[in-house]
Write a protein that binds this ligand. Structure first.
Ligand SMILES: Nc1ncnc2c1ncn2[C@@H]1O[C@H](COP(=O)(O)OP(=O)(O)OP(=O)(O)O)[C@@H](O)[C@H]1O
Ligand SMILES: [Mg+2]
Length: 457
């Protein structure tokens, strides 16, 4: 809302230190010279050590780490509740560290609000007045603040509980009120410290999904603290992983999962629900076995012969049309059909690059074909064979790197592909149907019953 200069980041932490103890500055000097938290334990408690990061507007930035790693201390420095021992915090370009008490109050009212783990609702106020509370502090009139609070309560699914008192609500509902209160305040930045940790798993999952949705709709910036890696991975556009006061890695969930900075992070991510975090785009291989629809069954057969694959992706104007299998092509040729378009199993095993692996798994279960990955324009940008999918889910490297796309191996012998290709080539040359290959029965193009003649073995 209040933008002092041209688009500064939402939050910037620059070399932040927080040391509790008698001579914190001296401890900072020791930390700067490379000593660790335990090295300086005799002189003080080093809660946060040299933390630097930037939170861009509109992103969910997660700070993750085990208990005691320094997460809450960092978040309290972001809104000025705790002064850093060294370093600086900027909120929308304005220094929190050097702000006067009055300026700081202003920042807290206009720019940054906080959602706590234990809701911190006012027990004597209704849900509506709790949700409107921040506006009351801002001096907004009763009618207007209630109207705005109602709108937000609707958003978080509590529209019909506006008149209830906090003690009449479940934990999940109370946390929604806490969230509504922070959202109603209208600040660009929300700080959430273990906001969902007290909720039971199903409600927690629901809240995570709702938060992502709200954030998309409202475009707020969120700094979210959690010690739960699955939660971090699901929510975070970026995640800072903390250990013993230091940020040991700062990256996207995918970077952290696929390229952990050290053994500590690697161990941490071992148990992550990869299917929920990784996207199709992060595990796909480049599309290899493709043919333009204009190349007809001949083109498809050539790719099958040359690459020894049992399925080929058919492309038209760079868009993905679908996939054909060797069996379908051979059968069609026997039927005297050569129009590749009619053989394509339309769009079927395709996912969007940004889809989570859970969606890919669904497709892979439906069909043995490698799952095609398409972009917004419907262009084929990659393919995910089952082996690759299993490797990604299990975090084991694919067995072979040279030819990762060969997943659906040829289901008919190479000799039969070559034979069929010869038939098609003949026809193309002679422009005449090749004698013996034309049984009278028609088979629907989409039919995928195996062709047994010749393929049996
Ligand atoms: N006021 C204080 N005085 C002394 N030590 C403190 C103080 N506040 C925090 N610490 C220490 O700083 C370290 C980091 O604490 P912090 O509360 O930031 O961790 P956290 O990551 O939020 O942990 P949790 O997940 O348990 O909430 C801990 O070792 C803690 O004991
Ligand atoms: Mg904490």
């Amino acid at each position: 809302m209040s933008t002092p200069t041209a688009n500064p980041p939402a939050v910037e932490a620059r070399n932040l230190y927080k040391v509790f103890g008698r001579n914190p500055k001296a401890v900072v000097e020791r930390l700067r010279s490379g000593e660790s938290r335990s090295d300086v334990a005799d002189a003080g408690s080093a809660a946060v050590i040299d933390a630097s990061f930037t939170v861009e507007r509109g992103e969910i930035f997660v700070i993750m780490g085990l208990s005691g790693s320094g997460k809450s201390t960092i978040i309290r420095m972001l809104n000025g509740l705790l002064p850093p021992t060294a370093g600086d915090v900027l909120v929308q370009g304005q220094s929190v560290t050097r702000a006067s008490a009055k300026a700081l109050r202003g920042i807290r009212q206009r720019s940054i609000s906080m959602v706590f783990q234990h809701f911190a609702l006012l027990p004597h106020l209704s849900v509506l007045d709790n949700a409107a509370y921040a506006l009351e502090i801002q001096g907004v009139g009763r009618d207007e603040r209630r109207a705005r609070a109602r709108e937000i309560l609707d958003r978080v699914g509590l529209g019909d509980r506006a008149d209830a008192m906090p003690d009449e609500l479940s934990g999940g509902m109370r946390q929604r009120v806490g969230l509504a209160r922070a959202l109603t305040a209208g600040t660009d930045i929300l700080l959430m410290d273990e906001a969902f940790s007290a909720l039971d798993p199903l409600i927690r999952r629901e809240m995570q999904e709702q938060l992502v949705e709200l954030q998309r709709e409202l475009g707020r910036t969120i700094v979210f603290i959690t010690h739960d890696l699955n939660e971090a991975m699901f929510l975070g556009d970026r995640i800072a992983v903390m250990r013993d006061g230091r940020i040991v890695q700062n990256g996207t969930p995918e970077e952290i999962l696929t390229d952990p900075a050290n053994d500590y992070v690697a161990q941490f991510v071992q148990d992550v629900d990869r299917a929920r975090v990784l996207t199709a785009g992060s595990v796909m291989a480049p599309p290899a076995a493709t043919t333009p629809v204009s190349a007809g069954v001949r083109g498809a057969l050539r790719v099958m012969r040359d690459q020894q694959v049992g399925a080929v992706s058919v492309i038209e104007n760079r868009r993905f049309l679908g996939t054909v299998t060797d069996r379908a092509v051979i059968r069609a040729v026997k039927d005297g059909r050569t129009d590749l378009r009619s053989l394509v199993r339309a769009g079927r095993p395709a996912v969007h690059v940004d889809d989570p692996l859970t969606d890919v798994v669904e497709r892979a279960v439906e069909s043995p074909l490698p799952v095609a990955v398409i972009d917004d324009a419907g262009r084929l940008v990659g393919t995910i064979p089952r082996v690759t999918l299993l490797a990604a889910l299990g975090d084991v490297p694919p067995v072979t790197r040279e030819n990762p796309v060969i997943d659906l191996p040829a289901t008919v012998p190479a000799s039969e592909i070559a034979q069929t290709l010869a038939v098609v080539d003949d026809r193309a040359g002679a422009m005449a149907p090749a004698g013996r290959a034309a049984p009278p029965t028609r088979v629907a193009a989409s039919d995928h019953r195996p062709v047994t003649e010749g393929a049996a073995r």
